[in-house]
Design a protein around this ligand. Structure first.
Ligand SMILES: [Zn+2]
Length: 294
């Protein structure tokens, strides 16, 4: 955590490619693209029209340049679904939709919402159930409903043998209580945006075969606890994610996040664990491929 390593730009730039690394040139700090072959973003809302409309071609070109081979698209409610599916259609080999009702989008219409979303499982191939879970950070009005909806979606994941992508905020106990009602041997997936301790990760794994989604938070200066947890965790337990357009990694913090910034997260994890970028890329890519069958 002391001195920042100076990594020189060694990017063979394709013509007209606006890779984020270009901007880093003046600071003499960047990612060596030759150091890895492939990365997977397991959680990105890059389909959101509000943030990315009209930029599809540039997004795909930046992903190719950053060697992000696959991007998993978590759904949040009925309204977001057409955007998720439209984005998948741009490049179905690369963009993979999930289906689910996000805990913050649970309201009085929850029964109809979750029923309609889960019935979608019979009409299209989804790579997992997500993002689902319990969030008591902003609003606890629909706490009971959030729990009901979460458990219905765990059931759907089990019956379809799909991974479940869990969002939990200020609600780890409630989340684990819900998971405890099911057969842990049939539950697998990701605890997305993990910011807990090594002990919490161990506890979570008692409830199912879980990986932990690490995003730009790991690059923040004040994330010393998370960095300590990652130092202790095995690379086998980790998958990469951006949660784009949110949680932008350093050095782009404050700007809109996108999946092409994934190398900055992988690089930070490699630095914390004293591993090569290539090793982190290979392990996390393998973890994501096994989970989503991609
Ligand atoms: Zn998300």
């Amino acid at each position: 955590m002391t001195k920042k390593p100076v990594i020189f730009l060694q990017v063979k730039l394709q013509k007209n490619t606006q890779h984020p690394a270009i901007k880093m040139k003046e600071k003499k700090e960047s990612i060596i693209i030759e150091d890895y072959t492939e990365l997977i973003d397991t959680h990105s809302h890059i389909y959101e029209q509000e943030s990315f409309a009209g930029e599809e071609a540039e997004i795909v070109s930046r992903l190719t340049h950053a060697k992000v081979s696959h991007v998993v698209l978590p759904n949040i409610d009925q309204k977001s679904l057409p955007e998720v599916l439209a984005f998948e259609a741009i490049a179905p080999q690369r963009f993979h939709p999930l289906i689910g009702l996000h805990p913050e989008n649970v309201n009085e219409n929850y029964k109809e919402e979750v029923e309609k979303l889960m019935s979608e499982l019979y009409h299209h191939h989804y790579y997992g159930i997500g993002e689902v879970g319990i969030d008591l950070y902003w609003d606890q009005t629909f706490k009971e409903e959030q729990i009901i909806v979460f458990e219905q979606q765990i059931e759907a994941a089990i019956s379809k043998k799909l991974p479940i992508i869990i969002h939990t905020r200020n609600a780890l106990n409630e989340t684990l209580s819900s998971l405890a009602k099911f057969d842990k041997k049939k539950i697998y997936g990701i605890f997305h945006s993990f910011t807990g301790t090594k002990a919490e990760a161990e506890e979570i794994k008692k409830y199912g075969d879980f990986k932990f989604g690490i995003n730009g938070i790991v690059t923040f200066k004040k994330s010393t606890d998370l960095q300590a947890a990652i130092a202790e965790m095995s690379a086998e337990e980790i998958v990469l994610e951006t949660d784009s357009p949110y949680l932008t990694p350093v050095p782009f913090r404050g700007k809109r996040n996108e999946s092409a910034y994934l190398p900055y997260i992988a690089q930070k994890i490699a630095e914390i664990k004293g591993m090569k970028m290539r090793e982190i890329a290979e392990k996390t890519t393998q973890n994501a491929k096994e989970l989503f069958y991609i």
